[in-house]
Structure formats: structure tokens, C-alpha cells
Design a binder for this molecule. Sequence first.
Ligand SMILES: *Cc1c(COP(=O)(O)O)cnc(C)c1O
Length: 386
Amino acid sequence: MAGTTNSPLPAGTANLPTGNPISLFSTFVHPSATQRVTDVLATTMLSEGRLVKEFESRLSSDLGMVNPAALNSGTSALHLAMEVAGVGPGDEVILSPQTFIASAICVVQVGAKPVFADIHYENGNINPADIEHRITPRTKAIMAVHWGGYPCDMAEIKAIAERHNLLVIEDAAHAPGATYQGQAIGSISDFTCFSFQAIKHLTTGDGGALCARDPEKAREVFRRRWFGIDRANSPVNEVGEREYDLSDVGYKYHLSDYAAALGLANLEGFWDRMDVRRARVQQYREGLQNVPGLTHFVHQTDRESANWLFGFHVENRLAFIRALKSRGVASSVVHDGIDKNTLFGGKRHELVNQRRFDETQIHVPLHDALTAEQVAYIVDAIKQGW
Ligand SMILES: *Cc1c(COP(=O)(O)O)cnc(C)c1O
């Protein structure tokens, strides 16, 4: 991934920028965060408590997440989803390779096998038409990764899952605030996993959330994020020990209050920032119409992307990257097919759309510090050719 620092870049002149290039990502920290976090430090109540609860209720009320449990990372959310979904040794989970390794590592962590399905070349999301023939008696779940924040074909995925009695797990690390046919991502599937890592939309430094639609499963998530102890129903007795009987394996995956304070600060103005991201994407798309060698991703109107990334396909990609770099603009594939890793079995040549995607996809800067002038500059830098 390219650098994550903010860049003090010049407004959109055609001049080459001096100083830092326009970075691909930035980390958003709301001005009120310092005070909020300082207040937590002053109370010395640092671990999971009142603010984690408040953060979770705001994730529900503001972002439409169902039963969100705040965790210490998106990877923890994926792993705990596997555990609570009952995915275990010998099971298989079908997912697309166009993602970060965390999506498949969690499958391996529970002793199961990631089975890769091909993607839509047009947007990098799993192609439902390539799922069904990969289902075996060992298949337990389908994982949908919303690449760059653009929601997968959830209706088709859900229909397949229902036909074969499979669970649906969403890796929505790129998609907080996205909607699919009017429904918030985080309210649709059996399990949805979010990341609050530093360069994601909403950061707690590191952090994540797991939404389980079934209230019973949600209770299990809350219990197993803290060793497997149900705190609310395990009173501390007179000799000073909590009374509980551990019945299954839990983890130390909870978020802490000082991190939740940062998350609460960053929820302020969340939708305004999402609007700005959408406007930047619109500006890119309008500015980059009919550019020879550049093909836009295809998006449908029944869903709203969270616009974590702005990507497209280019011919002669290395020349494109070098030309933009020489003009002070970062560009990156961010990730390409993770199936290539030895741990996941090595590159699958039959995934023809993934292999084409690996060759031509590219992303240019999109983040909360990116100005309209910078987008105009980048559009111009691209139109100069490569
Ligand atoms: C960031 C990310 C994760 C992991 O999130 P962390 O909070 O860093 O653990 C998982 N999946 C995808 C697709 C991601 O981009």
C-alpha cells in the first residue's frame, strides 16, 4: 500500500507539486478526539466500559448496524465470526480472492479451507454465478467482501446460501455506511465484520465490529469477545472472584474505552465526510470520461458504495503508475488476488477474471483530506497520458 500521510498539496494548478506526493490514504482524526481521549485517561477507566457501550449504540443508531459488538480489530471480528458461525476443521468457506489476506486467514485459523470463487472483472466483487458449482458437503459459509466499499450482489448470494443451507458472512471492512437495496451494510447477513483500522473510514486506531443478526449469536459474540465470560451474569462473590463456568473458548478481543472515545469523536460528521467522498468520486468519474486506455468500474444504482477506494482499469499499468508518480500522485493496486499465497494453496489460473483484474486494476487517492482542487489536479495528471 502507498503512504498514509496527509499531504499539503497545492491547489489544482497544472504545475508539478513540490513536496509530498498526494497520498492514496489519510487517517481522519476529528478535532474533538484529543479532549475526549484525554477525558478517558483522566478517569483511568481505560478498558471496555461505558464508552464502548455508547460507541456500539451509535454504530446502531447512526450507521444501521445490527447488534454491533466492538472489537480490537477487523481481523478479530472475522475470526470470531468464524467461531460463532461454527466453522471448524475440515469445513470450507467460499470467498473471492480480491481482498486482504485477513479475509482468508481467519478461515485457516479455525482449521477450515478457503475456496476461491471468481470475481466480476467490472468491480472486483465475487461473481455469484461462480459460487454454486464450488459448494461441497463441507461448505459452511459464503463470505462476501465489498471491494473498495461497493456492495456485493447480496440478493443472489443470499438465494444461493438459502438453497444450500449456508451462512453468509460479510467482510465489510471497506463498507461502513454503504447500502444495498436500501438496507445498511451491517444489517443484512448472518454476520458482518467491520474494521476501524487507521486508514479505514472510521478509525479507533485499531478496532472492529462484529454484527450478528441472530440475538442468540450476538450474545455469544459479546461473551466470547471477553474470554467466554458473560460479565453481566457473573457477579463477583464475597471472596472476590467472578462466578462463572467457562463452557467454550473465548478471546480477548474487546475494544477499550480510550479507543471508543476516538471512535465516538470520529462519528461526528461521518455522513458529511461520506458525502464529500461521493462528490470526489463523482468529480473523478466526470473528469475521466473517455480517457483512452482507462475503463471505469461498473456500478449498479440499487446500491450505494462507501467509496473507500476509487479504482478503475488501465492499460499499460506500470507506465501509468510511473507517470502519476512523476506528477506527484500516488496510485496503487492496494491488493491483488490473495489466492497466490502458499498458505491458501497458490495461484488459481482458472479464475480468469481475477487474473485479468490483477493485471489492470489501479486506485488513485481518495480520502477525507483530499480536496476538490487535488482531484482536479489528479484528473489533469491522468489526462496528460502515460
Ligand atoms: C482492513 C481489512 C481487514 C482487517 O482489518 P483490521 O482491522 O486491520 O484487522 C479485513 N479485510 C479487509 C478487506 C480489509 O481491508
